[in-house]
Design a protein around this ligand. Structure first.
Ligand code: CA
Length: 222
């Protein structure tokens, strides 16, 4: 999961980005509305965490413009304000959910994961792809009930494939959602990481669709 964190409070942004990173989320940061505006129009994210009190205008104003322009990214609004009017403005502008500062990082994570899951059309927190399960909250993976240990990068790959399943995901889509902008791999690296995943899950669970990309399949039970 790749998230854009828009927050001008540097200490808060750093702490939140660190906690999200620890939970396996790729985080890119913007400290103003205009920077965020540029990034959401040129980069690919799974969700945006948006502070309302930004140095160059209210976050809800930027959000309203994105929605008007057809940008449908899930947006979790983050703000110190507790007044109902501000929350209402955020929702009217197109926010999907809300967290009021001070917050528990765990709550931000829970809400973020639910938003991303919903954006892929999943209501249940545990995704079942045949005999494979992926718990979107804990990040745990099982195969026929047996836990599978994955590295953070393997887990990001699997999580994206699991959210998208049974759709075929292209290599370029994987690069956009699963890798840091500053460390974009060539397709060879993706192939190597897919092979590692295959070794752990069983080759039959990741199908290569020639010229199109990869698809997670459940095996016998699917
Ligand atoms: Ca602020």
């Amino acid at each position: 999961m790749k998230v854009l964190l828009v927050e001008d409070d540097d200490a808060l942004a750093e702490a939140l980005a660190g906690a999200l990173h620890e939970a396996g989320v790729l985080v890119e940061r913007a400290d103003s509305g205009s920077e965020a505006d540029y990034l959401v129009r040129t980069e690919v994210y799974d969700a945006v965490i948006l502070d309302l009190g930004l140095p160059d205008g209210d976050g809800s104003r930027w959000l309203g413009q994105w929605r008007e322009d057809g940008i449908e990214l899930p947006v979790l609004v983050l703000t110190a304000r507790t007044r109902w009017a501000d929350k209402a403005a955020g929702f009217s502008a197109g926010a999907d959910d809300y967290v009021t500062k001070p917050f528990e990082t765990a709550e931000v994570l829970f809400r973020l994961r639910a938003l991303v899951r919903r954006s892929h059309g999943h209501a249940h927190p545990v995704l079942h792809i045949g005999e494979l399960t992926f718990d979107t909250h804990t990040g745990s993976v099982t195969l026929a009930g047996r836990p599978i240990g994955l590295t953070a990068q393997e887990l990001r790959l699997l999580a994206y494939l699991a959210h998208a399943a049974p759709r075929v995901v292209s290599r370029s889509e994987l690069v956009e959602h699963v890798y840091d902008r500053d460390h974009e791999p060539d397709s060879n690296v993706i192939d190597v990481q897919i092979s590692r995943l295959r070794r752990k899950l069983g080759a039959e669970h990741i199908e290569t669709c020639r010229g199109q990309g990869y698809r997670l399949i459940g095996g016998d039970a699917s």
